[in-house]
Design a protein around this ligand. Structure first.
Ligand SMILES: [Zn+2]
Length: 197
């Protein structure tokens, strides 16, 4: 199995299907030196999405289609990522590559089978299907209470998306040793400089 985008940055990985949302967020270029933006070309996006959907399928027991990301699909995924950044952190962390932030929508089908099984499934072709699947997982996470555990690191330069599985659910850094210390050190330097001025 190919490496997940999130595994490049953190071991605080969402435990359930919410991994799909975390994956979209962690396609961004982060780290020092910065790793590749996985939404920079259709090819990179196609291979990342295959790995992310593989993992999602394994966790949900639901089959996902093979998706070929084309140029317009790539822009749509970038828009989705920017919108997710707004949702999770209240601000867009990266300027979208080719166009201004814009909302994206997906289609879900609600059905109940003759045997009484209820289901909500993504509809649409290619990237449209993936967008619907991502938005569906956000809806599920809001209902089950796991949504508030998906966060973006408060160190703006980092902004890695992590899953806070701790009981107080009060973490703000993806890794307190890396980002917590760096930001605290910067703040204390600024305070010292201000005191000297
Ligand atoms: Zn961080």
């Amino acid at each position: 199995m190919s490496e997940l985008a999130s595994e490049r940055y953190t071991d605080r990985i969402a435990t359930g299907p919410l991994i799909l949302v975390q994956e979209v967020l962690n396609t961004r270029a982060a780290g020092k030196p910065a790793l590749d933006d996985l939404l920079s070309t259709p090819d990179a996006a196609t291979s990342w999405l295959a790995g992310a959907l593989d993992e999602w399928s394994r966790r949900t027991g639901t089959e996902a289609p093979a998706i070929d990301v084309d140029e317009s699909g790539l822009v749509r995924l970038q828009q989705l990522r920017a919108s997710l950044q707004m949702t999770v952190s209240g601000t867009v962390r990266d300027a979208p590559v080719r166009s201004a932030p814009k909302g994206v929508s997906g289609v879900l089908e609600v059905r109940i089978d003759a045997d009484g099984v209820f289901s909500l499934t993504p509809r649409g072709k290619d990237v449209g299907w993936a967008v619907a699947a991502v938005l569906n997982e956000i809806t599920n996470a809001r209902l089950t209470g796991t949504w508030r555990r998906l966060k973006m690191c408060h160190n703006r330069v980092c902004s890695v998306a992590f899953y806070d599985g701790t009981n107080p659910n009060n973490g703000v850094w993806h890794d307190v040793r890396i980002c917590g210390n760096a930001v605290n050190l910067r703040a204390s330097r600024q305070r010292r400089a201000a005191a000297r001025a």
